[in-house]
Write a protein that binds this ligand. Structure first.
Ligand code: V55
Ligand code: FE
Length: 518
């Protein structure tokens, strides 16, 4: 999340995490697990995990733990009377402090805490709940942390062997009347969209999904209503296998294909068009040496190349071409589409490692190389064995991460993109113009696009997201800005009396899509 304070991660804290990570690669700390402290007490100055105001990030990864309901929040300004829907958010919120040997765990390992702002008739109701998944339930019963380091099962308490390690802390998606909280190392966790009650702690699409994992970033085809998703390390820990599949509007799996990544690495997001599926393999790779030392799952290995993998959507995967490129990194998709055999795939790319808390194998973390920009990848699938893929930086003056779009334009050509960094940047691919909203003194979590009406033109509506005020111990406001003039600032501000739980990503669900008992 690179350079920005707008991504919800604090730079200084992250750099602290980088030093810890580097130490792991060099020295190693594989101490035998000890009995956890009986007392619940988070460290005052965290390493990467927890801490009073987020040892590993000012908001995301910070300790909140309190599940809240607030009926009829305070609203300043003019909430559009016809705005009807729910803004959902999710982030890691450590359920318990780690035992001493795992206190250097990273902020991405906190348990998923989901929050929702139900907006209707000019009123806003807030609710937040943990995903009560297998991990949460086991730790709740034991009253202590039982899972060790980020995606490293060898560091777990023996009592949790066989349970899902998933935290459900990264993104939510709404499909076939279910809300899913997702973490890319495990199947989604199903929740009731209105009560946030966990209804299935290990959702497999009725057994239709064979992969043991599920991305945090599925896409929804605006024409068919299908959800397209994938899982990497799909056959188990460390495996290069990827299952890519889709389900219809009712959740029935109607297509599945298996491919293999050139090496096992973080494949956080992907590109889906009407015709193609695209994966980007970059050098944040699974590192056996680091795992054996009790480190997190990934390390940045700058000696590795990147590969853009492109296959036909709906095929059996045997046509996939992994096109080699230089080592660099991207985490999120902004948008993707195809023109004939040509793929366009826009991402939030950077020259080097974007996450300081994942150790580097060869050289120290380079903050400059972590700065993200919009990068357009292109590939022509009519060429067999191409000697590279296209890679062009767009809006070079705009830096950030967490790229988004008007989600109604998944899989098709699009005009409007969002890049979060230092503020909310709204990018117009048609004119090349960028607008930015900033709020000095506050950390802005990722902005999510809200259509003005059901059939509003692309990009016409609002940006919605949470601001945390640094001088008020992170007390939160929900901001709604109009995309017609985002620099003018919020048209409405929902004042929360406390700091709401941290966020990685957010999702808007229009009221007419919610279950009828809304
Ligand atoms: C990301 C977040 C994660 C994760 C892997 O934002 C990648 C990227 C919150 O957890 O496990
Ligand atoms: Fe993400």
């Amino acid at each position: 999340m690179g350079d920005s304070n707008g991504s919800g991660m604090d730079r200084r804290a992250l750099l602290g995490g980088a030093a810890l990570g580097a130490g792991l690669i060099a020295g190693g700390v594989a101490a035998a697990p000890q009995a956890a402290e009986a007392q619940v007490l988070f460290p005052k100055a965290g390493g990467g995990f927890g801490g009073p105001f987020g040892g590993g990030g000012s908001v995301a990864g910070a300790v909140c733990r309190s599940e809240n309901d607030l009926y009829d929040c305070e609203v300043e300004g003019k909430l559009p009377a016809d705005l009807d829907g729910v803004f959902y958010r999710v982030g890691p919120d450590p359920q318990y402090p780690k035992p001493p040997q795992w206190t250097m765990d990273i902020p991405f390992d906190g348990e998923g805490h989901i929050s929702m702002f139900r907006i209707k008739d000019g009123h806003v109701d807030f609710r937040s709940r943990y995903a009560r998944n297998q991990r949460w339930k086991a730790q709740h019963a034991a009253r202590r942390s039982l899972f060790g380091m980020y995606r490293n099962p060898a560091t777990d308490d023996p009592s949790v062997k066989g349970l899902s390690r998933g935290t459900a802390n990264t993104q939510i998606v709404y499909h076939h009347n279910r809300l899913f909280a997702m973490k890319e190392d495990s199947p989604p966790v199903a929740m009731d969209p209105l009560t946030l009650e966990t209804t299935d702690d290990y959702y497999t699409f009725g057994g239709g999904m064979k992969s043991l994992t599920f991305t945090a970033h599925p896409k929804i085809d605006p024409h068919t209503g299908e959800m397209i998703a994938f899982g990497y390390e799909a056959k188990g820990f460390y495996t290069p296998d990827i299952e890519v599949f889709s389900c219809d509007k009712t959740g029935k799996v109607n297509w599945s294909a298996w491919v293999k990544s050139p090496y096992t690495c973080m494949i956080h997001d992907f590109g889906v068009t009407q015709k193609h599926i695209a994966f980007l393999a970059t050098p944040l790779a699974a590192n056996q040496e680091l795992l054996a030392k009790g480190g997190p799952h990934w390390a940045w290995d700058s000696s590795l190349p990147s590969y853009l993998g492109v296959m036909r959507r709906g095929g059996d995967g045997s046509d996939i071409q992994w096109i080699k490129g230089p080592g660099w990194m991207a985490t999120h998709t902004m948008g993707a589409w195809s023109e004939g055999d040509k793929l366009y795939f826009d991402v939030d790319g950077a020259p080097g490692n974007q996450f300081p808390f994942f150790p580097s194998v060869h050289e120290p973390f380079d903050p400059k190389a972590s700065v993200g920009r919009v990068v357009r990848l292109t590939a022509d699938m009519s060429t067999k064995n191409p000697d590279g893929y296209g890679r062009e930086t767009l809006f070079p003056q705009i830096t950030g991460a967490l790229s988004r779009q008007d989600d109604r334009y998944h899989t098709v050509p699009y005009r409007w993109g969002i890049l979060n960094g230092g503020g909310w940047n709204l990018l117009d691919h048609q004119t090349g113009k960028a607008q930015t909203f900033t709020l000095p003194g506050a950390m802005l979590a990722e902005a999510t696009f809200v259509p003005r009406h059901r059939n509003a033109p692309e990009g016409d509506g609002y940006l919605i997201g949470v601001a945390s005020h640094m001088k008020e111990n992170g007390r939160s406001d929900l901001l709604i800005v109009d995309t017609q003039d985002i620099a003018a600032g919020p048209i409405a501000t929902v004042h929360m009396p406390y700091r709401v739980v941290g966020q990685i990503h957010g999702l808007w669900v229009p009221g007419d899509q919610l279950p009828k008992h809304a």
